[in-house]
Ligand binder design. Structure first.
Ligand SMILES: Nc1ncnc2c1ncn2[C@@H]1O[C@H](COP(=O)(O)OP(=O)(O)O)[C@@H](O)[C@H]1O
Ligand SMILES: [Mg+2]
Length: 318
């Protein structure tokens, strides 16, 4: 394996601080984004179209100039030591961009040559990567004849030729059907299990849920949520209500199992409860405490609203 003497031990695979990007036309694509990705993580950057995902990936992979803030890759400052930082990264762009008239094996070997990897070593690596991508039997076919899923796996195999410690994929499965997506997921899981940190952008909650341990959600150039996938799913699984109360509330509120009840003001109660829970029991408890509910509304949930836009369905993850 390649060693990376430049990298700082135990530094985050990616550290982004207060990243800003304003394009020439005045669009503010990133408005102060900060995030850390731990070494070995499988991390999702989830967000709707236009959120700023590709801008962020573009900056990290040096395709886009930043307007403010900083990026470190395994402790290497991108602005100060661009070449060293870039050597840690493998990028899979959204669009298929290899020469369709070349053969997979040549595409990989030539790519490695471009990065100064000796030919014999490149050929060895190409075989290993084509095997991992389940493409070894297609090594000598014209790439044009590969299926859509195979072409995408070839893109991943190519990015892995430089043995990057951080593999970044920008919407690798946008617009491809579910079987092809699952095929790619399997390859990505294998790569991650072998020790490569992976960051992928997606607008599929299901994809992030299936693959990733940690995630950040970006919307309008701002991180709106960040943390373990599990914690996010738990948050999505909670539903909030506001009750307007007749009269005033008692000094002590009754307890409701598995839910939180709090007074927002003298006449309004706030309830957070698991989505699967039944409201009847809640009313029984309130009734017994002498609390009369005049009307109720659902509490707006920013996360929920975001997921309606992401998935077209509220609470799909629940
Ligand atoms: N080259 C560019 N010039 C001007 N505006 C851009 C450019 N690229 C992206 N944008 C704008 O920046 C915002 C974020 O875009 P992008 O990073 O591509 O989002 P995403 O990848 O999440 O869909 C959008 O409003 C988009 O129109
Ligand atoms: Mg994009």
């Amino acid at each position: 394996m390649t060693t990376h003497p430049d990298a700082v031990p135990r530094a985050p695979a990616l550290r982004i601080r207060d990243l800003h990007k304003t394009y020439g036309n005045g669009v503010q694509a990133l408005k102060g984004v900060s995030l850390d990705v731990a070494p070995g993580d499988f991390f999702a950057l989830l967000g709707p179209n236009g959120a700023g995902k590709s801008t962020l990936i573009g900056i990290v992979s040096s395709l886009v100039n930043l307007s403010g803030g900083g990026v470190e890759v395994f402790g290497i400052d991108l602005a100060a030591r661009r070449g060293d930082a870039m050597r840690q990264i493998g990028l899979v762009p959204q669009e298929i961009n290899f020469n369709m008239f070349e053969q997979p094996l040549d595409i990989l070997v030539n790519y490695a040559g471009f990065y100064g990897i000796p030919r014999a070593q490149a050929e060895q690596r190409a075989e290993a990567e084509l095997r991992r991508a389940h493409l070894w039997d297609k090594a000598r076919m014209m790439s044009r004849t590969l299926s859509g899923g195979m072409k995408r796996r070839l893109m991943i195999a190519r990015a892995m030729m430089t043995a990057p410690r951080l593999l970044i994929l920008d919407e690798p499965t946008a617009g491809v059907d579910i079987e092809i997506r699952r095929d790619m997921w399997r390859v990505l899981r294998e790569i991650n299990a072998a020790g490569t940190t992976i960051i992928l952008t997606t607008h599929y909650l299901e994809e992030a849920e299936s693959l990733c341990r940690n995630l950040a959600i970006i919307d309008h150039g701002t991180i709106v949520e960040q943390g373990p996938m599990r914690a996010l799913l738990a948050k999505l699984d909670v539903e909030g209500f506001l009750f307007d109360i007749d009269g005033t509330l008692p000094a002590t509120l009754p307890a409701i199992a598995n839910a939180t009840l709090a007074a927002r003001d003298d006449h309004t109660l706030e309830l957070d409860m698991p989505r699967a829970m039944n409201l009847n029991g809640v009313f029984d408890v309130l009734d017994a405490a002498g609390i009369r509910v005049r009307s109720m509304r659902t509490k707006s949930n920013r996360l929920e609203e975001l997921f309606v836009r992401l998935t077209g369905q509220p609470g799909e993850a629940a």
